[in-house]
Design a binder for this molecule. Sequence first.
Ligand code: FAD
Length: 533
Amino acid sequence: FWMRMTDLRVKDNRALARASQQAASDGVPLVALFVVSPQDFVAHDRSSRKIDFTLRNLVSIKCRLAELHIPLHVATLPRRKTVVSEVIIFLDSIGCNHVFANIEYEVDELRRDIELCSKAREISKQVSLYHNKSVVEPGIIQSKGGKGYAVYSPYARQWVSIVNSHLSDYLEEAQDPAPNGAAVRSCPKIGPLFLSEIPSYVEGFVLDPEDSMIMRELWPEGEDAASQILQRFLQTKARASQLEARGPLNEGVTYDVKHNRISKYHTDRDRADKDTTSRLSPYLSSGVISIREVLRAILKVTGAQQLNTDSKTGAGRFISELAWRDFYTDVLASYPRISMGRPFLEKYSGIIWENHQAPANSKDPAGTEMDAEALFRWKRGTTGVPIVDAAMRCLNKMGWVHNRMRMIVAMYLTKHLMIDWRVGERYFMQTLVDGDLASNNGGWQWSASTGVDPCPYFRIFNPHTQSLKADPTGDFIRHWVPELRNLRGLGGFSLFGSTSNPRDTHLMCNEFGNVMRPSRSFNTANTRTLSSK
Ligand code: FAD
């Protein structure tokens, strides 16, 4: 069983379950393999945090598998081009004839698996690949024209009806792997694999000690931790308080356990000053918890027999967010250009962003120096726009930030600073612990209006009103931008004034909380540039 960065679990893992069944029926031992490929990490902008999270989860998986007498061999392969050949050599070395794996839908990973299939076939080895990431695998839901949907609503309607029509199949739990039997003892090549060590870091992706400690506290590894975080979202006050004691998941938010979070998710999910969402994304994106398990648990807690995506209920709204995850994965698989840095809407591929390198003879050098500084400030969270700065600092510290905050900062980068969405997409991947190409790209292209079902190009989030809605108490800003802590009426209000004139949102605060005007009126001018292009 070849485990990937997206299926880091033993429970409810389709390829692992099938590999175990096949091994048992053939009377041969099952071996698990994980490949550390540093060049792939670089190519895919994997954050050090995500790699650290992966390695920590592997340690926990190795222990779990060892209880079943299944070795987990972790191979570090320095050259990504030779990964498949090296894996084949490894298979030969242990006499393995059949490989099982779950599919990853990014172009490079699909190409790798195609190469694996063709190389394996040449030497009569079998490869079995499984869909495991989504509830409904990519390619099943199609428009009348036989293409993948590029609009969410009709996709979601079909998604819910297909799942409900075969609910037990779609949500079926894959069997736990059976313990390796006597065959493992009679196989001398396998014993040493139990001693294979999991690296504690990968060169080039080392976390500094403080960051490492924060990550361990905020995002504990392992399937049990993932289940607890799910329960914390689904259970009511008493149970949630017990779970709360386990870790400071409430950094930067007013903790409210009066009700279970899911029942208020539809009304509260956009609040960044409260702990309203599940915070499951690191676990879902690395596959530490199965999406099927999450849905089964929701049905159990709500007592419902069928899924619904009714946005007027907490559970319905939450399920529809999980459907967004499936949707973006489907888009990634149906439209490979998404993996290649291209806008989904090709007509926007010609936008000249402010941060482009202007030709030397250009009358308007596009303020490249100024844009470099603007980008730097955006990354550090010192733009002077409180809600943007709070969100970026939260992201930088936690490796995670609330969805609405992601939208606000993405929109600010692309539509106020007019900096290419790919720059922001990359920074997110390099910083997030939950980085997932499909969802990250989907979120960035939605914000930049270049993607599937995007917001219209002329819709620009007003940081002032967004701040009022998402952080009405101002607690989120106060926590993350402590230099503004003593200002009255936070929530962006006093900082921007109470006027509804959108030009006033151009007012900014410097690092000491003094209101100032930007030296350059980038907003309206650039908006016009975008629309005319
Ligand atoms: P909850 O609100 O509790 O949602 C539960 C789960 O549903 C999430 O864990 C996630 O798996 C899924 N989900 C929720 N919203 C979305 C969405 N809009 N799109 C796709 N799936 C969703 N999500 C990632 O997992 N990885 C990313 O790299 C990522 N990058 C993003 C970048 C931008 C610019 C934007 C706007 C959104 C991005 N998202 C990403 C989606 C979303 O912001 C996160 O999934 C969510 O904030 C995670 O917090 P949560 O688990 O508490 O979410």
